[in-house]
Design a protein around this ligand. Structure first.
Ligand code: 5GP
Ligand code: MN
Length: 343
C-alpha cells in the first residue's frame, strides 16, 4: 500500500491551517474499524487544535464500549439535542471514514450531510468503487482496514511518534476486527511493521483481543448455536451456505446490536465452502451479509442482487421483500451466478 505524496500534501494543506470545525463520519452499524479509525483520526486532529465531532448513524456494538473516547461519539439516531445536525451545519470539513457511498449513512443522516455543500470533503476508505466526489480521496481497496490507512496517514503527516497509546489501541481494534484477527487477505509485511510501531506504544494486545472477542452475552452464545444448528442451509453440494434470523428469533435470545457479528464467517470453516450469506431482519428491510473464499466475488454479487457492495470477499446489501422471498431470490441468484461460472 502506497500513499500518494500529492494527496498527503493536499491533506496537509487542509489540516495544518487555522483551527477548523471538523466532522468525522462513519457507516451505519459501525464496527471496530469504523469506530477505531474515527476515534484515532479525531484525536490526531484535536491535537492540531481543531474542534472535532465524530458521528455515526446508529449505536455501535456493546463490546466496543471500553474503547477510549467512545463516549464522545455522537450517535445520530439517539441524538435528541441535535448535536450532529449543528456540527454538520457548522463544519468546514467532513471526513468520511470506512465507507464509499453516502447511502451507507442511511436516511436521514445522508440528507443532513447533503445539505452542507460548502465543507471540504475527504474520503479515507478501503471499499471498492467509491461513488461520490471528494476534494481529497484516499480510496485504497488493497488496505486491510481503514484504521491501517489512518495509521499510515498520521505517520506520513506527523510521524509515528505522534501516535499515543490510546490512539494505538483503537487503531489496533480496527486492524484486528477487519482482518478477522489477522486471518483474511491483504496481510502484507508493511501491515505487520505498522503493528510493530503500535506495539511499541505499550498497548496490551491480549487484553484488546479479550475485550472485543471474549465479552459477549450468554444470549449471543446461544443465538449463535441456534443459528448454526437450526438455520444453516447448504446449497450446491455444500459449497454455498445461508442462514436467516427473524426479529422474533433474535428477541428470543435477548438480541443486542452486534450480537450477530461474525456469524456469517462460520460456514466458511467447512472445507469446501465458497460462499456464505446471512439475512437479518430489521424493521424496514432485511440486511444481507456475504462472505466468500478465493475467486468468488461477493462485491459483484451484492451489487447485482442486493443493492450493495463492499469488498471482494466480504460484502453486504439490503432486501426489501419478505424473508421467504429474500431466500428464494438468493437461491435463484446463486444458480445464475454459478451458471455464469462465477461460483
Ligand atoms: P458486513 O457483512 O460486515 O455488514 O459488511 C461487509 C462489508 O460489506 C463491509 O465492508 C460493508 O461496508 C459492506 N456493506 C455492508 N452492507 C452494505 C450495504 O448495504 N451497501 C454497501 N454498498 N456495502 C455494504
Ligand atoms: Mn473497514
Amino acid at each position: 500500500m502506497e500513499l500518494s505524496q500529492e494527496k498527503i500534501n493536499a491533506l496537509r494543506l487542509l489540516v495544518e491551517t487555522e483551527p477548523k470545525n471538523i466532522v468525522i463520519l462513519s457507516h451505519t452499524n459501525p464496527d471496530g474499524d469504523a469506530i477505531g479509525s474515527s476515534l484515532a483520526w479525531g484525536e490526531a486532529l484535536r491535537k492540531k487544535g481543531h474542534k472535532v465531532t465524530c458521528i455515526v448513524p446508529n449505536k455501535y456494538p456493546y463490546y466496543l464500549d471500553w474503547m477510549t473516547g467512545i463516549s464522545e461519539l455522537v450517535i445520530f439516531k439517539t441524538d435528541s439535542e441535535g448535536r450532529a445536525i449543528k456540527a454538520v451545519a457548522e463544519a468546514d470539513m467532513l471526513f468520511c471514514l470506512d465507507f464509499h457511498t453516502l447511502s451507507r449513512l442511511d436516511e436521514p443522516l445522508s440528507r443532513v450531510i447533503a445539505q452542507n455543500s460548502s465543507a471540504k470533503r475527504v474520503l479515507i476508505d478501503h471499499h471498492l468503487n467509491p461513488s461520490e466526489s471528494f476534494d481529497v480521496m484516499f480510496s485504497l481497496p488493497e488496505a486491510s482496514s481503514t484504521s491501517y490507512l489512518v495509521c499510515n496517514i498520521i505517520t506520513a503527516l506527523w510521524g509515528a511518534e505522534s501516535i499515543s497509546a490510546a490512539q494505538a489501541e483503537v487503531l489496533y481494534v480496527g486492524m484486528m476486527t477487519d482482518t478477522g484477527n489477522f486471518s483474511f487477505s491483504n496481510l502484507t509485511p508493511t501491515l505487520y511493521r505498522t503493528i510493530a510501531t503500535l506495539a511499541e506504544t505499550g498497548i496490551n494486545i491480549p487484553q484488546i483481543y479479550n475485550n472485543v472477542y471474549n465479552s459477549f452475552t450468554e444470549g449471543r452464545a446461544r443465538l449463535f448455536g441456534y443459528t448454526i444448528n437450526r438455520k444453516m442451509r447448504f446449497m450446491r453440494k455444500g459449497t454455498v451456505a445461508y442462514m436467516s434470523l427473524t426479529e422474533e428469533e433474535m428477541r428470543r435470545f435477548w438480541f443486542q446490536q452486534g450480537d450477530s457479528e461474525g456469524f456469517v464467517n462460520y460456514p466458511l470453516t467447512v472445507k469446501k465452502m465458497r460462499m456464505s450469506a446471512i439475512f437479518i431482519e430489521h424493521k424496514d428491510f432485511i440486511r444481507v451479509s456475504l462472505r466468500s473464499r478465493g475467486a468468488v466475488d461477493v462485491n459483484l454479487f451484492a451489487g447485482r442482487y442486493f443493492e450493495g457492495g463492499g469488498h471482494h470477499n466480504a460484502a453486504g446489501g439490503k432486501s426489501f421483500v419478505s424473508m421467504e422471498e429474500t431466500i428464494a431470490r438468493f437461491e435463484a441468484a446463486v444458480e445464475e451466478f454459478a451458471k455464469e461460472g462465477l461460483l
